[in-house]
Design a binder for this molecule. Sequence first.
Ligand code: SAM
Length: 416
Amino acid sequence: MKKDLFELSVVEGGRYSNLLVKKPDYSELVTFAWCKKNPVYNWFYYKEGYSGGLVWDLLGRLGIGEGSKVLDPFCGTGNTLLACKQKGYDAIGFDILPLGVFVSNTKLQQDYDMDLLYESVREITAAKFGETELRWPDLDFIDIKKAFSAYARKDLLFFKEQILGIEDDKIRNFMFLALLSVVIPVSNVKRDGGVLRITKKEHHPPVRHLFRNKLKRMYKDLKRMKPFPPGVFAEARIGDSRSLPLEPESIDLCITSPPYLNWVDYTKIYGLELALLVDSSEELRSLRRKSFRSHVGADDRRRIDFRSEKVKEVMENVSESTFVRKPGIVEGYFEDMYMSLGSIFSALRDGGKAALVVGNVCLPGITVDTDLIVAELGEQIGFTLEEILVANVRWCDVHGIRKERPVRESVVILEK
Ligand SMILES: C[S@@+](CC[C@H](N)C(=O)[O-])C[C@H]1O[C@@H](n2cnc3c(N)ncnc32)[C@H](O)[C@@H]1O
């Protein structure tokens, strides 16, 4: 019988092959697609995000009890935190980038003064244009003058200045999130895989127009939204997954998705939004160096010594390949993964579980099975591998060869 893509992706007799389980109903849930259709989740488009639906399913599957606390050490735009808060579970998240932390906390806000919000939206969208003192920082990866028309450049800064003048914190954050969400739509830029590309768009919608529409949609979401269950704590903080500032054994469950080993530098693809949030281009560069080693801009100094047969095998192949620039990134990526798993392990109570959404990649000559490597590293740290739920298997093109190898996107379930 012809093997299907899932079967083709599994190396028979491999140590974990009997723990790989097909999970096609997660196929869309591990992507941002579900968020696009769901209020609040769709306030900011984060292509790398996953869905609230996935988090809800995992909460049930992993058997969360009343009063449990959930951790997301790579919280991005806070979908884990929002999904937990909606179901009445406490949740804490960390992200290295202020963009994710800001978006997360704004999506978690509640108890708005709705009349004041309505009035503020009306006022800001009717404000008469004037000059602003604010300036864009110099960015080393894109020319701001090419990224925006002169109008869009000025208008974004004008609205930012107006927003900063709003006294009510919640309303100020709400408006700023709406502004951040229109940065790409009003630009000449397209996010294309791991890079920003300047494109010639036929039509440039004015900032004011898109900003107003976005505010209206967000306002409607708030009006219709079911209130969060009372007394739930959910918050995102700036923090590094490799050294989480958490009390040992203080967490019941971890649901998360680390950056994939796909050379995507978040400080570049979200660099235009970050440029509105941070004070200087130096700050942006420093964030780039500090981030997870999934791209060439990260600080690639070795930090710890860790042993992994699978990583060793990958490195032997990668080092021989002339196609992979900076092969050390691959090792650095798994070193960061090892440190993050260690930090999750220490924060979890005994019997606590961790679900990690990861993507495998293929490089010339080798498939990097991130799911199996996470399982191996997890076991070294003291976790037990429960199962690996395979949400997607895709053909991967390598160096001009179409459909070279199938690669998985999986949820690795570990237990402490
Ligand atoms: C795959 S995304 C997570 C998306 C998230 N699940 C969501 O639904 O929005 C990975 C996140 O890890 C963050 N990140 C990168 N390096 C980090 C580090 N060392 N510590 C914490 N977060 C980090 C990135 O900024 C990015 O937001």
